[in-house]
Design a protein around this ligand. Structure first.
Ligand SMILES: Cc1ncc(COP(=O)(O)O)c(C=O)c1O
Length: 446
């Protein structure tokens, strides 16, 4: 075990004083497994950070990246400069998003970059088409849209803004379509959609549709606790956006490229967003890369502007990095050739069903939910334990699972499971056994 973690760097999302905590130092990866610096082999139930879609240390990925490295390790995309792999990848992304009718890609270096790019470009679109008042962003409570100022501002967790405000003005949040936890105590999916949509329409009326640029949301809310909306929610959301001339941005950083059991989360709900935000699975975590993708309406609006809004005054040194582009081209080839979208759907459904069986076995489990290979297990929230104790309970179960050889993510009162899309049923069984054992051990201690 290792205790040097706090000496020279701060960990994201971590108490700066938590120096005595143990850190798991991952040294090596292989397929769906990782190895720490003590040589311990762990099944990676986290998929790095919901990003290692094709698994760790794949020879094809390594080869593609190192071949590119030999040729050109870096070049930029500003103004009239490019490299061939950016063209190849942009074409591939547009081809993969034909169903969503996407028209143009803007490359970035990660999810947060892409979120802020989409926010800026949607505002710019309204300037371009002569509606400069449309500036407000609508989003969901519990939303996670990365940690830049734009994404933090539209994010749905006020804790992230507590010490760094004020953020971006003109951000308004509406209720998240969470079947287990909503202010109406509504457990009927159709009814919940109606309630959420009615609240949204009220909000739009209050703010004024003429002031609203876009609604941004994750097709399945990830970091907020894997909130799977009722299947009627996104089609209804799309309709409201259309009726009020509001652009719809799907943040597909987690759900993009198969994790939800559909190529894109929004495709799983049968809707076409106006803009899509991609990262993580795009390059399968091998090299940092992100993209914001825009449909014809946005592209044509900006390109035909006569007031100067046709110029993109935005860009990142590492946006569309050649190593990221080749990693993405190879990762997307693997996703398609190995049919990993279907694998995520099938193995995810199998694992979810097994885990749902635990709900009746341990009364501390209040909910098991998910779609594809994004699954959450909630500890009870009935007042038996306070928030701090619940979070310790979740951590204790995750620690037992580690001892059983499986790495999971614990987030306050939730265990989050987001492995590589290459996960097999055998891997799912190992993960299930470790969690089962974790709950059993925890219960024994009560
Ligand atoms: C939905 C969503 N959007 C944006 C981001 C930010 O991505 P990054 O951490 O690459 O900046 C994340 C990260 O987890 C995410 O889950």
């Amino acid at each position: 075990m290792n205790n040097r973690k706090k000496k020279y760097f701060w960990h994201p999302m971590t108490d700066t004083r938590a120096s005595e905590e143990e850190t798991i130092v991952i040294e090596r990866g292989d397929g769906n497994f990782i190895y720490d610096d003590t040589g311990r082999k762990l099944l990676d139930g986290v998929g790095g950070l919901w990003c290692m879609n094709v698994g760790h240390n794949r020879p094809e990925m390594n080869r593609a990246i190192s071949e590119q490295m030999e040729k050109l390790s870096y070049y930029q995309l500003f103004t009239n400069i490019a490299h061939p792999k950016a063209y190849d990848l942009a074409e591939k992304i547009i081809q993969m998003t034909q169903e969503e009718e996407m028209a143009k890609v803007f490359f970035t270096s990660g999810g947060s970059d892409s979120v802020d790019t989409a926010l800026k470009i949607t505002r710019q679109y309204w300037q371009a088409v002569g509606k400069p008042n449309k500036k407000v962003f609508l989003s969901l409570e519990k939303a996670y849209h990365g940690m830049h100022y734009g994404g933090t501002s539209v994010g749905g967790n006020p804790i992230y803004r507590e010490f760094i405000g004020p953020g971006l003005q003109d951000c308004v949040r509406v209720s998240s379509p969470h079947l287990k936890k909503n202010k109406w105590n509504c457990q009927d999916p159709e009814e919940l959609t109606k309630l959420c949509i009615a609240e949204l329409v009220d909000t739009i009326e209050q703010v004024g549709a003429d002031n609203i640029a876009a609604f941004i949301a994750e097709p399945i809310q990830g970091a907020g606790g894997i909130i799977v909306p009722p299947s009627s929610y996104w089609p209804a959301l799309r309709e409201v956006c259309d009726n009020h001339d509001i652009l719809l941005i799907a943040d597909e950083v987690v759900t993009g490229f198969g994790r939800s059991g559909h190529l894109f989360g929004s495709r799983g709900w049968g809707i076409k967003p106006d803009a899509m935000i991609l990262a993580k699975g795009l390059s399968s975590g091998y090299v940092p890369l992100g993209a914001a993708v825009f449909n014809k309406r946005i592209v044509e609006g900006i390109e035909s502007a006569t007031n100067g809004a046709n110029v993109i005054i935005h860009g990142h040194t590492y946006g569309g990095h050649p190593l990221g582009c080749v990693a993405a081209l190879e990762a997307l080839r693997i996703v398609e050739e190995e049919n990993l979208v279907m694998n995520a759907r099938e193995v995810g459904a199998y694992l979810l069903e097994r885990l749902k069986g635990l709900e009746g076995t341990y009364d501390c489990i209040s909910d098991v939910r998910g779609k594809g290979l994004m699954i959450a297990i909630d500890f009870e929230n009935t007042g038996k334990y306070d928030v701090e104790q619940t979070s310790k309970n979740v951590q204790a179960v995750a620690d037992y699972a580690i001892n059983a050889g499986v790495l999971l993510r614990d987030e306050l009162q939730t265990i989050i499971i987001s492995p590589s899309l290459t996960f097999s049923k055998e891997n799912a069984d190992q993960l299930f056994d470790a969690i089962h054992m974790g709950f059993e051990e925890w219960q024994k201690q009560q």
